[in-house]
Design a protein. Structure first.
Length: 309
C-alpha cells in the first residue's frame, strides 16, 4: 500500500502591523515593518525568553516572570527562520503550545491491538505546534505598507488570536518604545514631550466563519462569490471579466435562540410544523425531526409534540 503524504489545512490571512499610542492627534507613532519586528522576537527566542505564560503574573523582569509562570500553560516561539525568494522575504515561524496537564499519550499495536501509555520524564509535558508563514517585501526593493500576506496552519488549540497576541506582547517586551512630540503648554511655551507607544500585530481572515447579522426571519439560501478582473487592450475599451461562483451553505440555529414566551413558542411550533411538512417529508421523518430539533429548542414538551403530530 502506497504511503500518503500527511495533509495539513492552511488558512490564508492578512498580517497587519500598526503602532498604538495615546499621544494627542495628529501625532502618529513611528511605523515598523514586520521584518524588523520579527527579528526582534527572534533575538528573544535565542535568549529563550520568547514565551507567554497563561495565568502567570506578569513582570518586567524576565527571571521573575518565568518563576511566576511555573506550572502554567504557555505559548512559545520554537523556531524562526527567514528565506529569500525572488522579490520577497519569507518568515517561517513555528508556534508551540505546551499543556502542563498532558504527561502521557496512548499508542496501539496495529497487529494485536494491544495498547499502552507512553509517559515522559518528570519535566516533560505535551506540546502542539503550528506553522505561520509571512510574506514581506525585500528590504529596499518595495514599498512596505504594513500589510502582508500570511498563511496560518490550523492546529487546535492554537488560534489566530493566540498568534497575534503572542507576537504583539513579545514585541512590546522587546524594547521601551517612545517617541518625541513637540507641543505647547498652557503658558504658551514650546515643549518636547515623550510618549510611549508599541507596535501591534493583527491577523485578518480572508473569509470569516461567523454569520451573526441575519435577523427578522431572513433565511440564507445561498452565497454568491464574485470574481472580477480587467483586461486592458491598446486603443480599445476595457473588458471586464465577471465570474459568479455558487456555494451551498448550511445555517445552523442554536436552541438558545428559541422563543421565551408561551405565545411565541406556540407560533414558532406551528410555523416549524408547516415548514417541515411542506418540504415533502413523510410522517415518520417529520415526527423524528420535530421531536429532536424543536423540542430541544423548548418550543413544546415531547408529550405535546406527539399529540400535535
Amino acid at each position: 500500500m502506497a504511503e500518503t503524504e500527511f495533509q495539513r489545512i492552511v488558512l490564508l490571512n492578512r498580517l497587519v502591523t500598526r503602532s498604538m499610542t495615546r499621544a494627542p492627534e495628529p501625532n502618529k507613532a513611528p511605523a515598523h515593518g514586520a521584518l524588523d519586528l520579527l527579528k526582534l522576537i527572534e533575538k528573544r527566542r535565542e535568549k529563550k525568553i520568547a514565551i507567554e505564560f497563561l495565568g502567570g503574573d506578569d513582570d518586567d523582569d524576565e527571571i521573575v516572570r518565568a518563576k511566576n509562570g511555573e506550572g502554567c500553560n504557555f505559548f512559545r516561539l520554537r523556531q524562526c527562520r527567514f528565506e529569500e525568494h525572488g522579490s520577497h522575504m519569507y518568515a517561517i515561524l513555528l508556534m508551540e503550545f505546551v499543556d502542563q496537564n498532558v504527561k502521557s499519550f496512548p499508542v496501539v499495536n496495529t497487529k494485536d491491538f494491544s495498547g499502552r501509555e507512553i509517559s515522559g520524564d518528570d519535566e516533560e509535558r505535551g506540546a502542539t505546534a503550528a506553522h505561520v508563514v509571512v510574506r514581506m517585501p525585500m528590504p529596499g526593493t518595495g514599498f512596505d505598507d504594513g500589510n502582508y500576506r500570511c498563511a496560518l496552519e490550523t492546529v487546535s488549540p492554537i488560534t489566530r488570536r493566540d498568534v497575534e497576541g503572542f507576537l504583539s506582547r513579545q514585541t512590546r517586551r522587546a524594547e521601551d518604545w517612545t517617541f518625541s512630540v513637540d507641543t505647547v503648554d498652557k503658558a504658551g511655551k514650546n515643549l518636547t514631550k515623550a510618549y510611549r507607544y508599541h507596535p501591534k500585530f493583527n491577523l485578518f481572515a480572508d473569509i470569516g466563519r461567523k454569520m451573526s447579522t441575519f435577523t427578522d426571519g431572513r433565511v440564507l439560501n445561498y452565497m454568491l462569490f464574485t470574481k472580477r478582473a480587467e483586461k486592458q487592450s491598446i486603443a480599445k475599451p476595457t473588458a471586464a471579466i465577471h465570474k459568479d461562483v455558487y456555494a451551498d451553505v448550511e445555517l445552523k440555529i442554536s436552541a438558545k435562540q428559541g422563543p421565551t414566551t408561551q405565545k411565541s413558542s406556540k407560533h414558532g411550533r406551528n410555523h416549524c410544523v408547516r415548514h417541515i411538512k411542506s418540504g415533502g417529508l413523510n410522517r415518520a421523518c417529520t415526527i423524528a425531526i420535530f421531536m429532536v430539533e424543536y423540542c430541544r429548542a423548548k418550543f413544546i414538551k415531547p408529550s405535546m409534540a406527539r399529540r400535535t403530530l
